[in-house]
Design a protein. Structure first.
Length: 486
């Protein structure tokens, strides 16, 4: 190919003739017609360069002038030459220098192959336990249409979706539904099941139960029923039984809520749980939300409180009585606490009925002991050995005992016959083990072991709080009337 060699030699001459080009001597290219190629000339050997310090090297670099790239003038309207385009780019990729064959398939990077092999539906199902088709995370449209959750088969209305998305509601609402107290006929609490507390039960009937049983009598704004009730007093005086009695008398849905039901480790979920609780109670009204130890949730706001607990308190207050609260909702919040002085003042204002639940009186204590002994004798088929005179003695000797203290006293007295039967069996008696009746001596032994848990200092604190914030004040409200009118 004589023409190819000549073109290559001409291109080489043109390249070396450009200004600023320097290269070592190169042997001339031989043509096809020449007999033999001339021997290459010997290149001059490099002269050894003496060692220089870094400072000298930097000075030498600063003295070297920059060689500007050759500028090729181009006439107007003319296209750039091939040589100019080649000289403008000093780097070419391997795919440009070595193009693939015509029939070869393009190679796919290994990372792309791995992405194509991943089953994202399986990964999503393994993480969240549901399908990864995106149906659970769809957003609600602005038209207000209810969204159908395929996982639970439940439709969430507009009021629900303003609280949280469908995924969060599917986790929050079932947990709140688990707090609903479903009592059958045997567990239904009546007024007679609560010993004593005649004054407190009368106030509850007048303010809370009657408006729900006869709403036409309380239709005006002045006679509108209260949305909040606070029961405070010594521990073990029947505050929880009073709340269950309210729900049973009103035939209402009873939510038994505590701090663990509301609080969450996820930021912002506790407030949504509170809002969902009141929304669920409104959907199932009439409803009673009972919060035992309410001071753990609605304590006084301090500077040391974290942001999460402060938001939960604010959400409770706004849900109970706020701008978005419907005054027609038949929802009652009942809170019970042993330390009412720890409650926030805004929470006290939203609980307008604040009733002190005192310790049971003498007749209430006698009635409670008598009822529990009758149930015990019916279970074991006993006749009973404690008469009314003994019960009166027990009523006077248990001054200052709460309902829970009396229950513990009865359990300790009931263990007397059990210990005697086990002692006879250890002595080798062959008689079948049969429980005997509970005697007065068993109560004497129990009185030496069980002491009242409510002190006089705590009673003074409750008395001061009732005089300042209680609904019913005076000595009559601080003690249980012995004559409980049924």
């Amino acid at each position: 190919m004589p023409g190819g060699w000549q073109e290559a030699q001409a291109a080489l001459r043109d390249l070396t003739s450009r200004p600023g080009w320097s290269m070592l001597p190169c042997p001339p290219l031989a043509t096809e017609g020449s007999a033999a190629m001339s021997l290459p000339q010997e290149a001059p050997r490099p002269t050894p360069t003496p060692a220089r310090s870094p400072v000298t090297v930097q000075e030498d670099r600063a003295m070297v002038p920059e060689v500007a790239a050759p500028q090729h003038a181009m006439e107007p309207g003319s296209a750039p030459s091939v040589d100019a385009a080649a000289s403008s780019s000093s780097f070419r990729s391997a795919s440009e220098l070595f193009p693939p064959p015509a029939g070869a398939r393009p190679k796919t990077p290994e990372s792309e192959r791995k992405k194509k092999d991943v089953d994202f539906d399986a990964v999503s199902k393994s993480i969240v336990g549901r399908r990864g088709d995106g149906t659970a995370g769809q957003k609600r449209s602005h038209t207000g249409e209810a969204k159908d959750s395929k996982e639970s088969g439940r439709e969430w209305g507009e009021a629900w979706l303003r609280i949280a998305d469908a995924d969060q509601l599917e986790r929050i609402v079932p947990a709140l539904e688990a707090t609903v107290h479903r009592a059958d006929g045997r567990e239904k609490i009546s007024r007679g099941d609560i010993a004593g507390l005649g004054f407190v039960k009368g106030q509850i009937e007048e303010v809370l139960i009657l408006p729900r049983l006869h709403p036409h009598l309380f239709a005006s704004a002045l006679t509108r029923l209260a949305r909040g009730l606070l029961l405070f007093g010594p521990p073990g005086t029947g505050k929880t039984l009073l709340a269950r009695w309210i729900a049973a008398e009103c035939n209402a849905t009873f939510f038994n809520v505590n701090a663990s039901t509301v609080m969450s480790k996820w930021i912002g979920e506790a407030e949504k749980t509170v809002k969902a609780l009141f929304q669920l109670a409104a959907d199932r009204q009439p409803s009673v939300i009972f919060i035992d130890e309410i001071d753990s949730l609605l304590s006084q706001r301090r500077d040391a409180d974290n942001e999460s607990s402060r938001r939960v308190k604010n959400e409770f207050l706004t849900s109970l009585e706020g701008a978005d609260t419907d005054s027609g909702d038949n929802v009652l919040l009942v809170g019970a606490t042993n330390m009412p002085w720890e409650l926030d003042h805004a929470a006290l204002r939203r609980l307008p009925k604040r009733l002190y639940v005192p310790l049971p009186g003498t007749s209430a204590r006698v009635s409670l002991v008598k009822q529990q002994l009758q149930k015990h004798n019916e279970v074991h088929g006993l006749k009973g050995a404690v008469n009314d005179a003994d019960l009166e003695v027990l009523g006077r000797r248990t001054q200052g005992y709460s309902g829970s203290d009396l229950q513990q006293l009865l359990r300790e007295a009931a263990m007397g016959p059990v210990r005697d039967g086990l002692r006879q069996r250890q002595l080798g008696s062959t008689v079948d083990l049969v429980l005997r009746d509970i005697l007065m001596q068993d109560f004497e032994c129990a009185l030496r072991r069980v002491k009242p848990t409510f002190s006089e200092d705590q009673e003074q604190k409750h008395r001061s709080f009732n005089q300042e914030h209680g609904t019913c004040r005076g000595d009559d409200a601080m003690r249980d009337a012995d004559s409980d009118q049924e």
